[in-house]
Design a protein around this ligand. Structure first.
Ligand code: ASP
Ligand code: MG
Length: 407
């Protein structure tokens, strides 16, 4: 017998009929002899509706009252799901975050979980009940309701799974797993059976928004096997866990891309200690996050310096850079906000040479000019012109035969 924590997202509980379908699924897992804890989101659109109500009243709602408000969506779905389960003959009991006792800090709207007291949950499970917990919410030391940030129900599920030492944490959503790349770009993108936590983090931060990143980090830290599956179709989904032998067979697990990139260059800055800091210091003080950084080998005691930022921050970063250029006596500042980033991700890269050269050869074969390159142990990223996104991703998917299973 296993203990499984399941999380159903907003679309999966979007209507009362769908809540009934979730109850059927949970019942199926109970029939197979498993203990089941279910975490649910609010019905789809509900959290946004509640935020809208607040903004009808004020532009500056108190953060505390905002969390009291937006946490109500999940209280509706826990009650309805328990009713649906009991109606089917499965004893069930609902808990809000504060009733379980999911203790968080007091950072309203982005609280961090500090501790979970799962005694109530354990008692119900031993009594043969399904336990249904409201996602996205907790309680601080003063008894105030807190919420964990948008999409936070994933984190609730993982945290509960860690606290209960569950055998698996299953995230049911509207896609049937994690794909080699976005199927809207490559029609024969393949669902991955397995992926490592590290790969998933690289894929997620690069735009494969299947799971809340914080939940993946949490699962990795506490070694909770995480599975993404569809609420609407049968299937194995994608298991996210630590590396095993089977995974080492795949050189590349997926191709991530990011459309929201922009790059800035400052030319002819003095090649002296402290210059990189003088360039990037003001950028980070303005809260602009820098991703890739490239500095050239110095020539004539000056050097060029290029970095990328999110496209929304482009204008702000350009203004700051122009000012630094004056102060540093740089020759010129230029930028480009019509660029994108494509990344190959795979733990198999660690032990195989030649991936980068194959990537560059493939892009060259399509006449795609590479503007910047960066690498990490399990990732190679290139920056190219925006118009080459689809072509580049498709060519690489084919060259690395990602449509085929590794075995
Ligand atoms: N209902 C919350 C949101 O819409 C939490 C979640 O769905 O995970 O962000
Ligand atoms: Mg959601």
């Amino acid at each position: 017998m296993s203990l499984i924590v399941q999380k159903y997202g907003g679309t999966s509980v979007g209507t009362t009929e769908r809540i009934g379908n979730v109850a059927d699924k949970v019942a199926g897992w109970r029939d197979k002899g498993n203990d089941v804890v279910v975490v649910v989101s609010a019905m789809s659109g509900e959290t946004n509706r509640l935020i809208g109500l607040a903004s009808d009243i004020t532009d500056k709602p108190s953060p505390r009252e905002m969390d009291v408000l937006v946490s109500t969506g999940e209280q509706v779905t826990i009650a309805l799901l328990c009713m649906a389960l009991e109606q089917r003959g499965y004893p069930a009991r609902s808990y809000t975050g504060s009733q379980v006792h999911i203790l968080t800090d007091s950072s309203f709207s982005k609280a961090r979980i500090l501790d979970i007291d799962n005694q109530n949950v354990q008692k119900d499970l031993s009594a043969g009940r399904v336990v249904v917990v409201a996602g996205f919410q907790g309680v601080d030391e003063h008894g105030s309701i807190t919420t964990l940030g948008r999409g936070g129900s994933d984190t609730t599920a993982v945290a509960l799974a860690a606290a209960l030492k569950a055998d698996e944490c299953q995230i049911y959503t509207d896609v049937d797993g994690v794909y080699t790349t976005d199927p809207r770009v490559v029609s024969d993108a393949r669902r991955l059976n397995k992926i490592t936590f590290e790969e998933m983090l690289e894929m997620a931060s690069l735009g494969s928004k299947v799971l809340q990143i914080r939940a993946v980090e949490f699962a990795g830290k506490y070694n909770v096997p995480l599975r993404v599956l569809s609420s609407f179709e049968e299937g194995e989904g994608t298991l996210i866990s630590y590396e095993d032998e089977e995974m080492e067979d795949a050189l590349i697990s997926g191709i991530a891309f990011n459309r929201d990139e922009a790059k800035l260059t400052i030319l002819g800055v003095p090649d002296q200690p402290g210059v990189a800091h003088k360039i990037l210091g003001p950028i980070s003080e303005a809260n602009v996050e820098v991703d890739m950084i490239v500095q050239n080998i110095a020539e004539d005691s000056t050097t060029d310096f290029t970095f990328t930022v999110h496209r929304n921050d482009y204008d702000k970063a350009l203004d700051i850079l122009k000012q630094s250029a004056d102060e540093l006596g740089a020759r010129e500042v230029n930028g480009d906000n019509k660029i994108i980033k494509i990344s190959l991700v795979g733990v198999g890269m660690r032990s195989h040479a030649g991936i980068a050269s194959k990537m560059f050869e493939t892009l060259a074969g399509e006449g795609i000019n590479i503007r910047m390159i960066s690498t990490s142990e399990i990732k190679i990223s290139v920056v190219v012109d925006e118009k080459y996104l689809e072509l580049g991703v498709r060519a690489l998917h084919e060259a690395f035969e990602l449509e085929k299973s590794p075995q």
